[in-house]
Design a protein around this ligand. Structure first.
Ligand code: MG
Length: 391
């Protein structure tokens, strides 16, 4: 087999040939990539998508996910999910699915590790607070902001702004945004439907958070096992588990059922997606791009069971009074910080103050706030508004 180069000029030792050999025909290959915005020298032994993945893990925004809310504010206890552990769960489920379907695992992993980088502190409450603050200045949405982080805001390379990721990772982030009228999103809309690697991450994200939010809600006592009797997905998973384990202690029951729920969904998704790809005669990346609607997904039965669980989570967990208190408090702090920095931007750290002065006041304040972790936002609130807190 002749030597082939990927978009960055990388050609060996035999990785690209391995992609040819092991990937399904509808998988994205590094040799087909549109490459990077700023040209770079090839790396001697890592492909384009491997480098993307590594850059994301080394970014500041990725480390900050450790102290950002998934559903519960990070200080609730030390065991529940944060944005970081959620992201890692999504990445490993995505990789399992990608490997089984013969997709590009490196690309899938890069997309998964980047998928939540744009979340502000305090989860969705933080997002709506910032969107309201930015109403007259272009709004705020976490997917669009995630793209802005990797393309503009990360500040670690001498030769370019952002992380200079491959076009396909940026596209995947852009296609998740609903703000399709924004110029920075529109740039990525021309290639058609998302790659299968990207569709896998969306499906894995959804099944991961439903399952782990349920697990966390039980563990911190927002809901009880008795309440879950009304959720068919849960009771049927408990039956499956009890058929295999007659004498399961209370401590093992919960994680065993949670594991069964993930396995059930991933197994069903693989089976249905293979059927779907076959039925629709999807044979190339061009077929994926041209196919209306999602190709990766659950069958009708598991889809309905999962929807029942989602309804329960919406009513009993996401709107639980303790979750609402954390969310409301977070939103209130962000609004106060936005107003105060907008009124007196000379209080911003120097790099941000310079940008604010250069004429992008509101977007700069929004970038500063969106980048914060929960605890940094809380500390910053105290530094600005509490007379006896050191600045
Ligand atoms: Mg997510």
């Amino acid at each position: 087999m002749g030597k082939k180069k990927d978009a960055s000029g990388f050609e060996g030792p035999d990785w690209l040939q391995r992609e040819e050999k092991f990937l399904a025909p509808y998988a994205m290959r590094t040799s087909q990539s549109r490459g990077r915005r700023h040209a770079e020298e090839a790396h001697p032994y890592r492909t384009l998508y491997q480098r993307d993945r590594d850059r994301i893990v080394h970014s500041t925004a990725f480390r900050r996910l450790m102290y950002k809310t998934q559903v519960l504010v990070t200080q609730t206890n030390d065991h529940h999910r944060t944005r970081l552990t959620h992201t890692l769960e999504v990445a490993q489920i995505s990789r399992t699915i990608a490997r089984q379907l013969g997709l590009n695992e490196d690309l899938t992993e890069a997309i998964a590790l980047a998928h939540d980088l744009g979340h502000p502190p305090f989860g969705h409450a933080g997002e709506s607070a910032l969107d309201a603050c930015m109403k007259e200045h272009g709004g705020f949405e976490h997917n669009g902001h995630g793209l802005r982080i990797v393309d503009v805001l990360e500040y670690r390379y001498a030769d370019f702004p952002g992380l200079n990721l491959s076009w396909e990772v940026l596209e995947s982030q852009a296609l998740r945004s609903k703000r399709t009228e924004a110029a920075e999103i529109r740039e990525f809309l021309g290639a058609g439907r998302p790659l299968l690697e990207s569709q896998v991450v969306d499906a894995a994200d959804s099944l991961a958070y439903n399952t782990h939010d349920l697990d966390d809600a039980l563990s911190v006592g927002l809901i009880t096992l008795a309440e879950l009797q009304e959720v068919d997905f849960w009771t049927r998973a408990v039956e499956q588990v009890q058929r295999r384990h007659r004498h399961l202690g209370a401590e093992q029951l919960q994680p065993t059922v949670v594991r069964a729920l993930i396995n059930w969904q991933v197994g069903d998704l693989l089976e249905r997606t293979r059927e779907h790809l076959h039925r629709e005669r999807i044979e190339t990346v061009a077929d994926v791009r041209a196919h209306e609607g999602s190709l990766v997904g659950l069958g009708p039965e598991v889809h309905t069971l999962k929807a029942g669980l989602e309804g329960f989570l919406h009513d009993r967990v996401y709107r639980h009074y303790r979750v609402m208190r954390m969310a409301t408090k977070g939103g209130r702090m962000l609004r106060a910080l936005f107003e105060e920095f907008g009124r007196a931007p000379e209080q911003l750290p120097a790099r941000y103050a310079r940008k604010a002065q250069a004429g992008q006041l509101h977007r700069t304040v929004c970038d500063y706030l969106a980048g914060m972790t929960d605890r940094y936002a809380q500390d910053e609130y105290l530094r600005l508004f509490q007379p006896y807190t050191s600045v």
